[in-house]
Write a protein that binds this ligand. Structure first.
Ligand code: G1P
Length: 312
């Protein structure tokens, strides 16, 4: 290990954030606006993701975008007009909020072109990433800053090499929504060796209740595998299928470990989960949390029992 490698968080520098999806679950809100810009309290979902990457030392961020994603670039760029206005008013607090997203790190953009699935989005990153390990963060999962997951994943890669995937245990009836793993314990708490992966299996065929959540630390060996990966589930090129090859084959950069995450995660991928995420995060905020919790308690107390409204 070189001196640079020995510093945790510095062996991996690059983050890739696929953000080309159309966000059809949130129509009409996403007709003219990317779903990544939906506010979670007062911050666009995508900013939480970039902040998480930067906290883990990944200061080189590549976003894979598509049509209708211009506002993502604007969000991470300076807005001089707004800054000058706030400066003139002496509103330092708001000025700081505006500058936060600009000061995070270097954000680069590449378009996916014809979106052919998550595996395809990752393959598009090859030219930027080159021959380095990199982290993929999916925008639908927000990981609480108090439960650092990427740091653990980076340590596992430093120890075992290859790629590292984040899992969580889900109820069996939900596993069909996720990539699912066959994995064996390693003797290290919450670190598993992955021997197989299957994308969104039927409940009765699922080999476990270990679900892939949207954090991957990938060895660059994944790129050669992705080039050979045929369309899978849903006719899309699946990252899970490429990881299955890396888990089962042998070669430089092969091998997959998993970190079972037991911390706080907020799903913003569909309407109900999104609303839950906003309420949970807002109720922990210093500025509005106290009032919101009081109001929520009152609201729930006064809420009619299920079915009561229909009978009235
Ligand atoms: C993707 C992956 C899936 C993973 C999930 C995590 O699916 O293909 O393996 O479990 O993200 O959020 P998507 O949710 O994009 O359909």
């Amino acid at each position: 290990m070189t001196e640079r490698d020995a510093r945790p968080g510095r062996t991996v520098r690059k983050a890739v954030i696929p953000a080309a999806g159309q966000g059809t679950r949130f129509l009409p809100a996403t007709k003219a606006m990317p779903k990544e810009m939906l506010p979670v309290v007062d911050t666009p979902a995508i900013q939480y993701i970039v902040e998480e990457a930067v906290r883990a030392g990944l200061t080189d961020v590549l976003m894979i975008t598509g049509r209708n994603k211009r506002s993502l670039e604007d969000h991470f760029d300076r807005n001089v007009e707004l800054e000058v206005g706030l400066e003139a008013k002496g509103d330092q607090a708001k000025l700081a909020r505006v500058q936060e997203s600009t000061d995070l790190g270097q954000v680069h953009y590449v378009r996916q072109g014809d979106p052919k699935g998550l595996g395809h989005a990752v393959a598009v990153a090859e030219q930027h990433v080159g021959d380095e390990p990199f982290v993929v963060l999916l925008g639908d999962d927000i990981v609480d800053p108090r439960d650092p997951l990427l740091d653990t994943m980076i340590k596992v890669r430093e120890e075992h090499g290859g790629s590292v995937v984040a899992f969580m245990e889900v109820p069996r009836d939900q596993i069909h929504l996720y990539g699912c793993a066959v994995a064996e314990p390693t003797g290290q708490e919450d670190v598993v060796k992955v021997s197989g992966l299957v994308e969104k299996p039927k409940t009765e065929e699922a080999p476990s209740n270990l679900a892939i959540i949207g954090r991957y630390l990938l060895d660059p060996a994944v790129f050669a595998v992705l080039r050979e990966t045929p369309p899978g589930k849903g006719g899309e090129i699946q990252l899970t299928d490429a990881l299955q090859v890396l888990a089962q084959g042998e070669g430089p950069g092969y091998g997959v470990h998993g970190v079972v995450f037991r911390g706080r995660r907020y799903d913003t991928g569909d309407k109900l989960d999104y609303i839950k995420a906003v309420v949970r995060l807002a109720s922990e905020r210093e500025d509005i949390g106290g009032e919101l919790r009081d109001w929520l308690a009152e609201y729930v107390r006064d809420m009619p029992a299920p079915g009561a409204a229909a009978q009235a």
